[in-house]
Design a protein around this ligand. Structure first.
Ligand SMILES: C[S@@+](CC[C@H](N)C(=O)[O-])C[C@H]1O[C@@H](n2cnc3c(N)ncnc32)[C@H](O)[C@@H]1O
Length: 236
């Protein structure tokens, strides 16, 4: 069994425990779209924010990397952003395709693929935006590094990417196996701001880096309670 299929088994088991079945979008992705890409201004009205020509808007495509059951694919579709998605877990993709079928969105189901971040099944410079929520920190750092390289490959120049990363002041930049809970057996990686900058390297410029920290009532850190939300523009 190769490493990818071993990790796929772990993620399939995690989806079997149902903890990662999430239907509603993360608010930072909603904010990213409204602020940087296309703002919803009415029930059926949108205002384009990304400075693209009309022909570029007509061919616009977006990608959700590590899409899970597709909650952000549904959101990207509501914004008219022609979404595609990949995930390593065949269980997640099967559940997501079923959901898109129930929503009468067969075209979205068809664009949800089982694949690894390390080998994205798309041509170079294809997507205008990529989103990847709670994914690059849910794998070993080396895999995330290759994944980000792939994300930059498929993103158009000046394309935008939304990413987020776990942070924990006591851990710094490190990877660890999850020993309990619904993600048991998977790997989580923790990042510092310099670690995030190093991972992104010179291929992109950070437009925004926002750290959201949840604590208990006494101000003590909560496990998995701190994340950096990062918006990156591809340079080259
Ligand atoms: C915490 S879940 C987040 C899912 C989804 N982005 C969301 O926000 O609902 C992490 C996801 O990363 C996927 N994943 C882990 N390693 C991967 C890899 N190498 N390639 C693609 N997806 C991967 C898992 O299968 C899982 O769906």
């Amino acid at each position: 069994m190769n490493l990818n299929s071993m990790r796929q088994d772990m993620w399939n088991e995690a989806y079997g425990r149902r903890g990662n079945i999430v239907f509603y979008p993360n608010e930072e992705i909603v904010r990213f779209l409204n602020r940087y890409v296309r703002k919803r201004t009415g029930i059926s009205d949108f205002m384009d924010i990304m400075p693209l020509e009309a022909s570029e808007w007509r061919n616009f495509a977006s990608l959700d990397i590590g899409c899970g059951i597709g909650r952000h694919i549904k959101l990207l579709d509501e914004f008219g952003l022609n979404p595609h998605g990949i995930d390593l877990s065949s269980e997640a993709i099967a559940e997501g395709r079923k959901w898109m079928g129930v929503l009468d969105k067969q075209e979205l189901a068809d664009r949800m693929l089982v694949a690894s971040v390390t080998d994205l099944p798309y041509e170079d410079d294809f997507f205008n935006i990529c989103v990847s929520h709670s994914v690059l920190d849910c794998m070993p750092r080396d895999t995330a590094r290759k994944g980000l390289q792939e994300a930059f490959r498929v993103l158009k120049k000046n394309g935008l990417m939304y990413l987020d990363f776990y942070m924990d002041d006591t851990k710094g930049d490190m990877d660890e196996e999850v020993l309990s809970g619904f993600d048991k057996g998977t790997v989580k990686s923790y990042f510092t701001v310099p670690g995030i900058k190093e991972l992104i390297g010179g291929r992109g410029s950070i437009c925004e880096l926002k750290i959201i920290r949840a604590t208990d009532a006494d101000g003590n850190a909560i496990e998995y309670g701190c994340r950096a939300h990062v918006i990156v523009r591809k340079n080259v």
